[in-house]
Design a protein around this ligand. Sequence first.
Ligand SMILES: C[S@@+](CC[C@H](N)C(=O)[O-])C[C@H]1O[C@@H](n2cnc3c(N)ncnc32)[C@H](O)[C@@H]1O
Length: 286
Amino acid sequence: MEEVSRVAKTQRFETRGSETQGSETQGSEATRPIVLGAAPAGATDSSSAARAVREMFTSIAPRYDVLNHVLSFNVDRLWWRRTARTFAHILAGPDTRILDLCCGTGDMTFALLKQAGRHDQQIVSADFSHAMLQRAYSKTCGKIEQNGNIAAPRWIEADALCLPFPRNHFNLVTSAFGFRNLADYDAGLREIARVLKPGGECGILDFSDPKGLMGRLYRIYFKQVLPQVGTMISGVRGPYAYLPNSVERFPQPEEMLDRMRRAGFREASWTPYTFGIAGLYRGKKD
Ligand SMILES: C[S@@+](CC[C@H](N)C(=O)[O-])C[C@H]1O[C@@H](n2cnc3c(N)ncnc32)[C@H](O)[C@@H]1O
């Protein structure tokens, strides 16, 4: 099994006139800001936003899994499994090519492999944080032993906005809790569409903003308790203050579905998970 491959270290960002990352430009609906992508504190453009995101995840990589499970009360495992089950029809097929984007320490990848339950699937998992990929790699042998007949993924260090794959290549592209961190959401969707085969599917699992009483209670936890516990356990302040901000900034489901359609996805849909705390966006490439 090869270790983490360093494929694409360079980043490509499109210049769009006066639009800069971190600032919110006015769209045709004069009152509604158009969010380009994630904007961690201090980022002034797409490159500095991406750099800040990468440094953030690199800094918490050693404790990422523990924190994830503690802060989500282990519900994250159910979300990965549910997402993998959704794509069982693709995972069951022969010669299927799968890409797990922003794979981090690999839990979405492992859920996909377990669901596929076979050793001939070609699954590639990409992330731009080397430290996160190293954690994923170190878990691989244990997961294969645990689950028997599953394939070994290829861990690739690459930027989701500039993927080192040809067009029309994958049957399925997933991304769990990673897409929200991209410096340019539309560019991210276009890149996913580019590497998918026609008729190929994408699944983007990410946090959302639950409504009603549950939403109000959840927001107290998410904005006040989670950043403090996260900071305490990780010993790093930035990432757990950034998390609720990034979710607040992320487009609402209707807007995200519009963006997916504009990027060339049909049958775009959103399925809420656990009262809408998270949800799965799906779409098929035209
Ligand atoms: C919250 S973690 C999610 C990891 C994993 N998918 C999971 O479900 O636990 C987000 C991951 O996205 C990666 N990421 C963010 N922006 C990226 C980009 N432009 N290219 C590649 N990876 C990116 C980060 O390095 C980080 O590992």
